[in-house]
Design a protein around this ligand. Structure first.
Ligand SMILES: *Cc1c(COP(=O)(O)O)cnc(C)c1O
Length: 398
């Protein structure tokens, strides 16, 4: 029998909504692209977007910046991280996370990964004690959240401040609390492959007026910070305005204009992602040799990607599986491959950091397969993709 084949695309995003295109054209026509270049009485697209993002997350303050990586480095600087300091972070994440730590001259202390793909909280406690690190840059990698209640109890007891990397969890929540709202600062990305798309961009949210005043000054506000709307009171800035370097990383009005309608649509998109995710997950469940990552009922997820494990397969079998699925149009990523490819790298490819050994993470990554779920996929496509993966996983398990 002829094998079924998927002919669609895993990296094609949806177009920018018409309302975003119209708003972008208005900005282009008036020409005031810089966030502080405002007409009399005008708030500006960036300031309005920040106000809307603060409301979306429930945070007191929000700042829009030029990328998710910039957001994390800015947050580390706002917390006072300096050259040579140690920063705890996930052993399993993507390159912008250790990159943000390196950007401030700090040293990552990498924490092990559980088979649920989350940060191992027991190992965190051990590594925190041994390193003396007082900041955790926690990556909700591929949308998987650890037990945030337990994590915050452990971190609060040890005096560890948490910055959340929510690049994959914008719109997600743990136990009813939005991702990004557990730690002292939450960082997000609006890069094309994330949940809202401005090509490049990011956010920081916080309830802490001192941290946010520093973050705004760091982002390159000059003495124009009163023009922000989702900001702490102006007198908070008085304490820091001569002491905080300007490390430009602002967002511009053009990007903000295309993001505002997308943010308004995000709850609808989250529901669509959930449907796609569940469809693929259901199609993969109970496949011999394949382990679905069961989600904690306290997690409210944004299913923009899905992961599964092939725990018993050896590297040759996984290469066979990847080639067979690719031949049927399904392009999967494997985190166990020794050589990094495209966006996926492993902690042992970050050789600018001190070499670290994470045997438990190695064992998880060895069988870890990853797939994006862009909203351009139909429900039928999702079911077809799951059936192709299922067939080929059974082939190598046989
Ligand atoms: C994309 C991403 C970021 C931020 O990336 P930018 O490209 O700098 O916006 C941060 N963390 C993770 C895990 C990511 O995948």
């Amino acid at each position: 029998m002829e094998k079924t084949r998927f002919t669609g695309n895993f990296t094609q995003q949806e177009p920018i909504p018409e309302a975003g295109i119209d708003a972008a054209l208005r900005v282009l026509r008036h020409g005031r692209l810089h966030r502080y270049n405002l007409a009399e009485g005008e708030a500006g697209e960036v300031a309005l977007l920040e106000e809307e993002f603060a409301a979306f997350t429930g945070a007191a303050y929000a700042l829009a910046v030029c990328s998710g990586g910039y957001a994390m480095a800015n947050a580390l600087r706002a917390l006072g991280i300096r050259h040579g300091d140690k920063v705890l972070s996930n052993g399993f994440t993507l390159a912008p996370v250790p990159g943000a730590i390196a950007a401030v001259g700090a040293e990552p202390v990498l924490v092990e990964t559980t088979s649920s793909l989350t940060l191992d909280i027991d190992d965190l406690a051990v590594k925190a004690q041994a390193s003396g690190a007082k900041v955790l840059l926690l990556s909700h990698m591929r949308g998987h959240m650890c037990d945030m209640d337990r994590l915050m109890t452990v971190c609060d007891a040890a005096g560890i401040k948490v910055i959340e990397d929510c690049a994959h969890t914008m719109g997600a929540a743990w136990n009813g609390v939005p991702s990004g709202r557990h730690g002292v600062m939450g960082c997000y990305s609006t890069q094309t492959y994330k949940h809202i798309n401005s090509g490049e961009g990011g956010f920081i949210v916080s309830d802490d007026p001192d941290l946010m005043a520093r973050a705004i000054l760091l982002s390159g506000s000059y003495m124009l910070y009163p023009r922000h709307k989702a900001r702490p009171p102006v007198d908070t800035f008085e304490k820091y305005k001569y002491l905080t370097p300007n490390i430009s990383g602002r967002m511009d009005n053009l990007r903000a204009a295309i993001l505002r309608p997308q943010l308004a649509d995000l709850p609808v998109q989250v529901a669509r992602w959930h449907d796609l995710y569940v469809r693929v997950e259901e199609g993969l469940r109970n496949t011999p040799g394949l382990q679905v990552i069961e989600r904690d009922p306290r997690e409210s997820i944004v299913g923009s990607s899905i992961q599964f494990l092939l725990p018993a397969a050896d590297p040759d079998q996984i290469e066979t599986f990847l080639a067979a699925t690719l031949a049927r149009g399904v392009e999967l990523k494997w985190f166990g491959r020794k050589e990094p490819m495209a966006f996926t790298s492993r902690y042992d490819s970050w050789q600018y950091t001190t070499a670290q050994s994470l045997p438990q993470t190695d064992a998880v990554l060895a069988g870890l397969i990853d797939m994006r779920l862009p909203l351009t996929l139909s429900a039928e496509a999702a079911a077809l993709i799951a059936s192709i993966i299922r067939d080929e996983a059974m082939e190598i398990a046989a």
